[in-house]
Design a protein around this ligand. Sequence first.
Ligand code: AHM
Ligand code: MG
Length: 353
Amino acid sequence: MDHNKLALPVGTTLDRFIMRKQEDFPYATGELSQLLRDIALAAKIVNREINRSGLIDIAGAYGSQNVQGEDQQKLDVIANIRFIRALRNGGEVCTIISEEDDEMIQTGNNQGKYVVAIDPLDGSSNIDVNVSIGTIFSIYRRVSPTGREGTAADCLQPGTHQVAAGYVIYGSSTMLVYTTGNGVNGFTYEHSLGEFFLSHPDIITPKTGAIYSINEGSSDSFSPGVAAFVQYCKDQQFSARYIGSLVADFHRNLLKGGIYVYPATAKNKSGKLRLMYECNPLAFIVEQAGGKSSNGTRRTMEIEPQIPHERCPFFIGSKELVEKAESFIANDKEACDHKPAPEPTPKKATTVK
Ligand code: AHM
Ligand code: MG
């Protein structure tokens, strides 16, 4: 009897995977590994809260707004507490930027070598209706000396300086996907064992795809370049898929190929999504998987952040599709640059009396 058939191996746990990766770097101190494990632990707790949110009184609005004037959901607040507590207790992080907090959060771990930017619960307006939501995080090495609080310079680094980034999707299954700059790996949560197991090793995103994800409700205020790109997607008979939950839209397109766009609109003049804890981490992941991310004219990860909650237009997904969107935007810009000077407004005829 083949014993393996009787009891199939359960596979590699996230903890073991992180430890193995650490062994690839002979001088690694294990702090980044510990930090990733802290995030995974908080994700398990948040996953538990989300799963029972319909049963206990933690769904719905909290009755306050975050720094960006958005209504906070109770689970936004709970997830924020859980992640901050895990990062504070872990001891590796000196400073945190969170979507839910106006100011930088000092953890009190002044010896911590890392800073974290996090959206603890993205797409939270979807909580009450059982739609997938997510956590997005980005990890930087501090640039200021240890022994004191982290500074704005530690927190406001361009995405190219990220040492790790990832997301958790709380969906039909819960997954954690992350990169440390050496490929992208995905882990699925096994509830009964309380562990994430490697289920999607070395994720590569398709070069192109046939899905476009954009909120077309705002199409009246799209720039001509964005409007032309959307028309191109329709002409190609692409499928429109928009959950309105960034992690879920991104995750689908990462696996199947496609493009997610949140452009500048009349309501959100610089786009809606935040550079530090929504765009940059996903940009790092997509690039590591062979895809591309841009603000329409520039690589997302090269944008120099000015403020913690900065927003930027976001075009992310399969390389060919992001490049196609950029080419429509460049043509639009060229058209604007070369627009003939407007006809002088005819002077009002003077009435000769
Ligand atoms: P949030 O961080 O307040 O949850 O907002 C971000 C969400 C994204 O998950 C999603 O892609 C986008 O906002 C949807 O915005 P819209 O409803 O304008 O299409
Ligand atoms: Mg968000």
